[in-house]
Unconditional design. Sequence first.
Length: 277
Amino acid sequence: MQKVWLITGASSGLGRQLVELALERGERVAAVVRRPHALDELQQRYGNRLTVETFDIRNTERVQQTINSVATAWGKIDVLVNNAGYVLRGAAEEVSDAQIERQFAVNLLAPIQVTRCILPLMRKQRGGRIVQISSMGGQAAFPSASVYHAAKWGLEGFTDALRQEVAPFGIQLTIVEPGGMRTSFSSNAVHAEPIDAYEQTTVGLFRRRIQHAGAASDPGDPRKVAQAIVASMDADIAPERLVLGADAYDVIRRALAQRLATLEAQQEVAHSTSLDR
């Protein structure tokens, strides 16, 4: 059965790959972009199976209007992919208030609001899939990206709780945690003004390592990542998490192992704080 997708951040990179693959499968796609004409080629190729909306994903009113118009035109929305986002690089002390607010607005508040906008429709449909594009940075953390990590960890916590809230309505959620991919994601990063005191710390070392490596060193193939996401739609039970990329697997496994070891070492003290009976 033909599915209807709504994909944000669809101008390029992973978002565009998802649009292309869904269309190749014969699906209908509503793509949200910020750059006019970004998908003109696909529009010409696929005609009325692709509708493109151009606006800032922080505009919740436009989000709701788009969801309503797509549902009216095509009768349903089966899959929402919250893909729009970017990375803010800088130590917590280096980033500005405005940079923090925008990072949270785009990477956390926007996907929460888009998700909330679509829930009444999916609840009425008695089903739907919501895909939250997180990152290996939603399970592990690196210096010089503290605010980015805060947003991604927040999105994952929101999704884990929401999954339990909407399960009775047949709505399923998947958190996708990719590693580095050969896209413009790194080159589109926003950088805080450096503070000299951090240059010989882990912040400066990590910053230089990223600058030296560049996006060309990222091991992930965005099309293969998109293929894995699209393939997961065919499963009756959606995966709660989808780790994509050898780097993501290694980083997340190491982070989880360290957290589990820390937890287990605290078993005695944890139990010691219970009330005496």
